[in-house]
Structures are given as C-alpha cells and as structure tokens.
Design a protein. Structure first.
Length: 119
C-alpha cells in the first residue's frame, strides 16, 4: 500500500521504448519494483530499427533526468494485458516523462482505441 499520492520513484532500467523497471516507495522504508508501461507512449517494437532507436531515446531522456527526484503518477490497479503498471513519471517541477519523450520527437501517442499519432 502506498503512503503518498505521488510517491517517490527511481528508474532501475529501460526495458524497451515504452517500458521501464521502476522502484516505487511504498512507505518510508519499503520500495517495490514494478514493470511500468508509460501511458500513451509508442516508440516502436524491439527487434526493429525504430524500436531500438526508441529504447536509446528513452535511455537518454532517463539519464538526463536521473539526477532529479522522480515521482510515480498512476495507480497500482491500472495494468495492461501484459501485467505492467500503466502510468507516468514526473519530476519535482511537474514535468512528465511522457511529455519529454514527445518533445524529443521520436515517440508518438496511442489512445485506448488503438489510434496512433505523432505530437
């Protein structure tokens, strides 16, 4: 059970262009590791040139923000068909990781109906 609305988190590693392993602070002395699907983000499938580039871009963005305190934004009850949590990571100033990925220009969005578009 999380003790804060937007608890602190730390990115452990990038899995692919839209998935990261994240430690989320459950209580002051308990952290739980989750596989997180970044909400609304598409970056290509692993095994494709676009997917490998998407993973590299995500790793670069994570590296750039990793010195700042990060916060989990989402629910532990929202999971996708692969069992991953679905949510976002924010910085202390409120900037979202998903927004930063759109700004870089490689990643694009997908809504619940499956419609995709570039920002």
């Amino acid at each position: 059970m999380l003790t804060a609305r937007n608890p602190k988190c730390w990115v452990d590693r990038v899995v692919d262009s839209d998935t990261v392993l994240v430690w989320i602070e459950a209580t002051a002395d308990v952290r739980v590791r989750y596989r997180v699907r970044l909400v609304g983000i598409e970056g290509g499938e692993l095994g494709t040139a676009e997917g490998l580039r998407g993973k590299d871009v995500l790793e670069t963005v994570i590296e750039a923000i990793s010195r700042e305190q990060l916060y989990w934004r989402g629910s532990l009850n929202t999971r996708d068909q692969h069992g991953r949590l679905v949510g976002d990571i924010t910085l202390a100033d409120g900037q979202r990781l998903t927004s930063a990925l759109h700004e870089v220009g490689h990643h694009w969005s997908r809504d619940k109906s499956g419609r995709e578009w570039r920002q």
